[in-house]
Write a protein that binds this ligand. Sequence first.
Ligand SMILES: C[S@@+](CC[C@H](N)C(=O)[O-])C[C@H]1O[C@@H](n2cnc3c(N)ncnc32)[C@H](O)[C@@H]1O
Length: 288
Amino acid sequence: MTTLRDFLYQTRGSLIDADIPDPRLEAEMILSHELQVARHRLYAFQNDVLTSQQLGNLESIVARRIQREPLAYILGHREFYGVDLQVSSAVMVPRSETELLVERALLVCLERLAKDSLVVVDVGTGSGCIAINLAMHLPMCTVLAVDISAEALDVARVNVQNHHLGERITLMRGDLLENIDGPVDVLVGNLPYIPTGRLDQLSPEVRCEPRSALDGGCEGVDQLIRLLEQAATKLAPRATVLLEIDPGQSPVLEKTAMELFGDAVISIEQDLAGLDRLFVMEVSGNDL
Ligand SMILES: C[S@@+](CC[C@H](N)C(=O)[O-])C[C@H]1O[C@@H](n2cnc3c(N)ncnc32)[C@H](O)[C@@H]1O
């Protein structure tokens, strides 16, 4: 006989042995997924006994997790900025750091919405996590979501449909902005920014994610620089660009941006850990 409490205790131990961070939280997420009970309600049932079918399902999830497969891929979904999203190994698992980008983009758009209806582009949309949140909170905006990966766009399409945003978000396949005519008012992106040489040192979970979502080239800034170059002819006057970055990449991005957009105002913002995480650029009079 295994109760919910027994399962949580034993699974926490197995996850600790496998060096998995946040073992208690993950054990709860696994159980909550299998029983379809909100995590905070599990404790009301902790003396209930699991059926053999439930136990079998749970054991196979834990076995996969111990092999360091990302939990979001095993469960097939992940919450991001309060929204539940389907994920698969075709997309990067949305990260909490990226919620900062969403929050900042919402602020930029809301400040301008009184006057304008805006065209917002999410480049490298992956699961669609950024585009979906922006479309949900900004009903006056037109949202275009681009990815180079057809498989990632299939996942984004499911999420867009699940959240009834098919009329609000246009999904497009393309290399950065190549298929976007502009003018773009707000350009947001969480593009691959990990230096190639660092990929082998990442955790086993991150190494399960698509390489095309991670690999930013030698210094990690290849896609970001290409994006700024393309943006030079596609941004609307007074456009804002918000890009997630790796700490340490700000000097080269600021230099490139100043060369391309001389009169732009650039700032670098930190995440909750105090690390440089967001490149923010406000363009002034960039008439097309
Ligand atoms: C770091 S992931 C971010 C996914 C999602 N926006 C998020 O925040 O979770 C980067 C995404 O950019 C896409 N990507 C990589 N290179 C690209 C390119 N040249 N043009 C468009 N998308 C690209 C990848 O396929 C991947 O989905």
